[in-house]
Design a protein around this ligand. Structure first.
Ligand code: GLU
Length: 506
């Protein structure tokens, strides 16, 4: 951390290390007896505003913060930024906690602290605003946006400073503005982006409290970070423009600013920022589709970061955490590649043992998600075909399409599949198959021999001959291997479906 390095050098070299260290003690550390600066525990935070859904970008921020906290033996603070009362519901907060638990960030872990609520710190926000005003670091202002635009002639010129020296006291409707320094520069040191110097005169006198006295994000966010003794702020790139302002606030409040790290934006295949209107962004939606939390965590950890050892990408979180260093995160936008995520998920599905696979499929096999009635489901029949499904699917949600023929009274009717499979000759094939299957032993090998014999009889290659049988029995053109499917369905139902299809052909 930039301050840790410079402060430790100062503490060691200074003739009066204790004085330097005393200033540092407030938020970040202390001087030991030899005068060496000792850092306090790393304290990071995840500070979502409840929105009713958990964005995958938020999940990535949470995971990176979590990795930093756990690797440093520090703390991960969950702070709910809930001051927008209108948009705040208790179940949304629970949704955040549940989503975090889903990706392995558990309240039970010793690294976890909170949740704290921004709304509970309202007094501290007010006190900070009063202190800034009393110290002349902030002033009241009654200019409207229209007046500022009229004076400057530009709609987006920023505040022109008219009220700076008017000495206004608080009155309803007067906003509190931070008085940014006239000279000098604010140097933001970002662990991912390096140092950026912002000339202070280019930073407008920004509003920190509204005309009704309530604090704005810029102030409340800093006061909470100060009070929660946050040492590193790791958050999305969209907050970069706030950072010089917030650093000025930290300093004006007499605090050593935290280390900053702004994570790269997450983009879709068109290099557009992931948006909830355009893209699927809710973690809950991926879970509901059948992405395994471990696969999601693994994939999200690689969005803008990669392990130093150059080892495989698909590996457990613990291995990634052990190598995580926020300084290794890239600046470039990170592509959220759903195809790659799906491939990861397929690998994770295949890595499960069979009982694990059967267990994770359960939500899709039971009401309300399953398309069959509860009583129609037979766990033994499912267990018989589960290994065949496990090697074929990449998301769990498609499992029902693979096995529904086993539990529905009639197979689904997919018109496209039907017209593709039921070409001329299909009726003959079905008739021949009905005959050979009637006398066959009922196991996959014998069923294969029976279908082969029927194909030979009507002069079709085995590949072509399977299609009408598959559609007659399962309703679909793709699925599990045919012979095993028929074995699982049983002779009686197989023959009944073949007969029904034949009747439909004429
Ligand atoms: N509530 C803010 C957000 O969700 C937090 C910003 C921050 O991490 O400082 O974007």
């Amino acid at each position: 951390m930039h301050w840790a390095v410079s402060d430790s050098v100062r503490a060691e070299e200074s003739a009066k290390p204790i004085v330097v260290a005393a200033a540092v003690t407030l938020t970040t550390g202390f001087a030991d007896r030899a005068g060496t600066f000792r850092r306090v525990t790393t304290r990071v935070r995840f500070a979502p505003s409840p929105t009713g859904m958990f964005h995958v970008g938020g999940a990535r921020s949470a995971l990176f913060n979590w990795a930093v906290a756990r690797r440093s033996g520090g703390r991960f603070v969950l702070r709910i930024e809930d001051t927008d009362q209108a948009r705040n519901k208790p179940e949304w907060v629970q949704g955040i906690i549940t989503a975090l638990a889903t990706i392995g960030i558990s309240e039970a872990d010793p690294a976890f602290e909170g949740p704290y609520f921004q709304s509970a710190n309202a007094e501290a926000h007010k006190t900070a605003a009063s202190r800034l005003f009393a110290g002349k670091r902030a002033y009241y202002c009654d200019c409207t946006r229209e007046q500022v635009t009229e004076r400057t002639g530009k709609p987006d010129a920023g505040y022109d400073g008219l009220c700076r020296d008017r000495g206004l006291e608080y009155a309803q409707g007067r906003a509190l503005r931070f008085r940014t320094p006239d000279d000098g520069e604010t140097v933001v040191s970002d662990r991912i982006r390096g140092e950026t110097a912002f000339p202070n005169r280019a930073i407008e006198d920004f509003v920190i409290a509204r005309g009704d006295g309530t604090p704005l994000f810029l102030l409340a966010n800093v006061v909470d970070d100060v009070d929660e003794r946050i040492t590193e702020v790791i958050r999305g790139e969209e907050h970069l423009p706030n950072t010089p302002k917030q650093q000025l606030l930290w300093e004006a409040l007499g605090q050593t600013p935290p280390a900053w790290a702004h994570l790269p934006v997450i983009v879709n295949e068109k290099r557009q920022k992931l948006s909830k209107r355009r893209d699927k962004v809710a973690l809950e939606d991926y879970i509901a589709e059948g992405y395994l939390p471990d696969a999601l965590v693994n994939y999200l950890m690689l969005l803008g970061w990669g392990p130093r050892d150059g080892g495989p990408e698909i590996r457990p979180y613990a291995e990634l955490e052990a190598q995580f260093d926020i300084a290794d995160v890239t600046k470039a936008g990170a592509f959220f590649d759903v195809v790659k995520l799906k491939a990861f998920n397929g690998e994770y599905i295949r890595a499960l043992d069979i009982s694990g696979f059967i267990a994770v499929c359960q939500p899709w096999l039971r009401a309300p998600r399953a398309p069959w009635t509860e009583g129609a489901f037979d766990p033994e029949v499912f267990a018989a075909v589960a290994p065949l499904a496990q090697s074929r699917i990449a998301v769990l949600g498609v499992i029902t399409a693979y096995v529904d023929f086993l539990f529905l009274d009639k197979p689904v009717t997919d018109e496209t599949a039907w017209s593709k499979a039921m070409k001329p000759g299909a009726g003959d094939m079905l008739a021949a198959a009905a005959e050979t299957l009637t006398g066959a032993d009922w196991n996959a090998e014998a069923i294969r021999a029976a279908i082969e014999a029927a194909a030979a009889e009507v002069g079709l290659k085995l590949g072509k001959a399977q299609a009408p049988v598959r559609v007659a029995v399962t309703g679909r053109t793709v699925g599990l291997p045919l012979f095993e499917s028929l074995e699982a369905l049983g002779r009686e139902r197989t023959l009944a479906r073949i007969e029904a299809a034949r009747a439909n052909l004429v």
